[in-house]
Write a protein that binds this ligand. Sequence first.
Ligand SMILES: [Mg+2]
Length: 238
Amino acid sequence: MKIRWLCRTLLMLISVGVLGSFSDSVAQGSEKITTSLKCATRYQEPENLYDFKKRVKEYQDNGSWDKTNACVVQEAFKALKKYESMPGKKAIVSDIDDTALNNRPIIFKQDFGYVRDIYRDWEILGQSIAIEPVRALCNYAFTHGFAVFFITGRREDQRTTTENNLRRAGYLGWTHVYFKPMDFEGSSAAEFKRKWRQEIVDQGYTIVVNIGDQKSDLEGEPQALSNFKLSNPAYLIP
Ligand SMILES: [Mg+2]
């Protein structure tokens, strides 16, 4: 009985304390918020993650993401057509994830979180649809005298599923898909992507267009004659 009484008293004291401090907050509410804002301004609190994710979703849902990409690809088309009559071996290079293939369903399903195994399962599933303007660009290049190369951050052991996905998504053909080497341990995708471009150039090709959703798709030497960066506010690959 004594123990039960002690517990009840203790609970009562805790609730009084909690309620007490809550009423203090209410009483001084606006003053406290002003103080918080002052501190947040002083230390430049970044945008709230919840708000930012909401804005990215809106950007997707109101079609702005697709419109931006369509606009970028329109410029890439102009460049491609400019070089169409150029003599010699001409090539276009495209990244795969969120350039040739659309991963947005898994990005939103995971609420922007990245768990390697979950993404790998998604990639193995091979159900990604094409990013339409990029598909049109690659297919135009393929049927108008350009070699099409894909350079991807996926590993070599995903070759079969990735190539099957590209076919299923409507990519008519390509000369080669370059993957991240199985033993690659570098800190930037730009390191191996640049090396694969060098291999393409060493085969006698002029890369007229390089397109990707990350800066690391485009950085380093050798460079294409023109580079095109698609929109991707959802993640960054260094
Ligand atoms: Mg990508």
